[in-house]
Design a protein around this ligand. Structure first.
Ligand code: FAD
Length: 483
């Protein structure tokens, strides 16, 4: 298996399907049929005779509206964009996926970055980050998930069961199965136990796997949290190019207590069905509500003019939907001293981040590739604890966690924990950000990291450090540019 974080990213960041491997188990059971569970099931379809996906939200199993937000994924009505690495992974596991999504109405940015606006503090419009070889893929969340579900369930050996997982069973030093209550039943006597060679926890950030481990006499994974107290409010509008030529915009205001300005994020994206989805978000007590007047006022007053233009001149075609996320959270399975065999976890069940960085779904797809790498690695036995898998997932989690929590340490209501060397790293990140506006090499490197196509270590390569310091020195010598 790869020996360094950068190497792992290089190895799995390919659209080419992996080779080798083969069927090594009878039945795998995946708990949760959302992005992480579906991706894990896709990978396992190559290694298990049968894959059973158990999803408590029956609307995915009984022919409910495939493209509508569903109760099991309450964040699904909010703005969701898939980063470049996520698009690459979907292409890896489902060849032709991006073209199919685009044919169905999903949007990829124009390669020259035009019509994509980016605003920073004080509503200053700056050049959008350079286009990627793997650009962001934009649609509503249910649209994307429905495509992934259809592709995953197309495998003959993957079966979706509507039911609520209630626990896992153990046999000696391993997990031996799952207890679940089929949909429509409510008595303990209705519970079914299904045996499994491998169980995947993909039940999202509220997963109760830790309780189940403790109840079975094992340890819970240690949990790390960073409080963010972020509230999203989102509504849909009819796309109207007469209002603005921009298809997408992001506005990021960092807090300036002296000027009375709180940290705020807003954005809009063009999604399938010729609609704009527009988001306004606030931190701490600055909480947008479901009240339409409050939402429209925020669009007009708290964000650049184009947000107000859409709010006032485009037709609003949905109610305002809100979502509150209290913290970024990770469960460090890799740190467990005792871990039963036959168990892995993926997606938000392992780590979920401040959603403004758009890392969650992409992380789930990368975890799937980690699962594949582990299962295909020489010496892997599903009879042993999946330490090799959790070590790989840790690299992906660390990368996303570093980017999101480092930026969130700047929020006034976040007070640590500060990593070693925080001040120096913060200064250097500020320098790189300033240089990225004019230097294409630095901008491209930055963009690959925020798209999760490369590990953040890529910013610390000597060549890039020297280039940055040299450019910075030139910039300082020149002094501030005249207006
Ligand atoms: C406001 C907001 C905006 C976001 N924006 C983005 C974005 O722009 N880009 C991005 O990539 N990510 C974004 N995310 C993150 C993204 O939503 C998650 O990372 C992603 O959904 C994780 O997928 P998952 O499968 O791990 O978990 P989830 O999507 O949470 O799914 C968990 C599944 O498990 C099922 N389940 C739970 N318990 C049980 C049980 N006992 N039995 C059976 N089934 C069960 C649920 O019904 C659900 O289907 C955002 C998140 C939020 C909150």
């Amino acid at each position: 298996m790869p020996s360094s974080p950068s190497r792992l990213f290089a190895e799995i960041s390919t659209a080419l399907p992996p080779t080798g491997g083969g069927v090594t188990m009878g039945r795998a059971v995946v708990l949760g049929g959302s992005m992480a569970g579906l991706m894990a099931a896709r990978v396992l379809s190559e290694h298990a005779e049968e894959v059973v996906l158990i999803e408590r939200d029956g609307s995915t199993a009984d022919g409910g509206e495939p493209d509508a937000p569903r109760a099991g994924v309450p964040q699904g009505a909010q703005v969701h964009a898939l980063l470049g690495a996520g698009a690459l992974q979907l292409e890896r596991w489902f060849p032709g996926f991006v073209a199919e999504a685009v044919a169905g109405g999903a949007v990829t940015p124009p390669p020259d970055g035009s019509r994509e606006w980016f605003f920073t503090d004080g509503r200053r419009r700056v050049t959008a980050p350079v286009a990627q070889d793997w650009p962001v893929l934009v649609s509503t969340r249910p649209f994307l998930e429905a495509l992934v579900r259809r592709r995953t369930l197309a495998a003959d050996n993957v079966r979706l069961v509507a039911g609520r997982a209630d626990g896992i069973t153990f046999e000696g030093e391993r997990v031996s199965g799952v207890r679940y209550l089929p949909q429509g039943r409510d008595g303990a006597e209705d519970e079914i136990t299904v045996e499994a060679d491998l169980v995947v926890d993909a039940m999202g950030r509220s997963s109760r796997l830790g309780d189940w481990l403790r109840d079975g006499g094992w340890q819970r994974p240690p949990v790390r949290r960073m409080p963010i107290r972020l509230t999203y409010a989102t509504a849909l509008f009819k796309h109207d190019p007469a209002v603005t030529e921009a298809w997408n915009a992001v506005s990021v205001d960092s807090a300036d207590p002296a000027a009375g300005r709180p940290a705020r994020i807003g954005g809009f994206i063009l999604v399938e069905g010729e609609r704009w989805m527009m988001l306004v978000a606030g931190y701490g007590e600055d909480r947008p509500s479901r009240d339409t007047d409050d939402y429209l006022r925020r669009c007009r007053e708290d964000f650049p003019k184009v947000f107000g233009d859409i709010a006032e001149r485009a037709e609003m075609i949905s109610e305002v939907v809100t979502y509150h996320q209290a913290d970024s959270r990770r469960r460090d399975f890799h740190a467990l001293r005792r871990l039963p065999a036959g168990l892995v976890a993926a997606g938000d069940a392992v780590a979920s981040f401040n959603p403004v960085y758009g890392q969650g779904m992409t992380s789930a797809t990368l975890h799937a590739s980690c699962l594949s790498s582990w299962l295909r690695a020489e010496g892997t036995s599903i009879g042993d604890p999946a330490r090799g898998y959790f070590d790989l997932v840790r690299v992906v989690v660390d990368a996303a966690w570093q980017v999101s929590t480092f930026a969130d340490l700047d929020l006034p209501h976040v007070d640590g924990p500060y990593p070693r060397g925080y001040r120096l790293t913060k200064w250097f990140a500020g320098v790189l950000f300033e240089l990225a506006v004019t230097d294409r090499v630095i901008a491209a490197r930055f963009a690959r990291i925020t798209a999760m196509l490369a590990h953040p270590h890529a910013l610390a390569r000597p060549g890039l450090l020297l280039r940055a310091l040299w450019l910075y020195a030139v910039l300082r010598r020149r002094g501030p540019a005249a207006d």
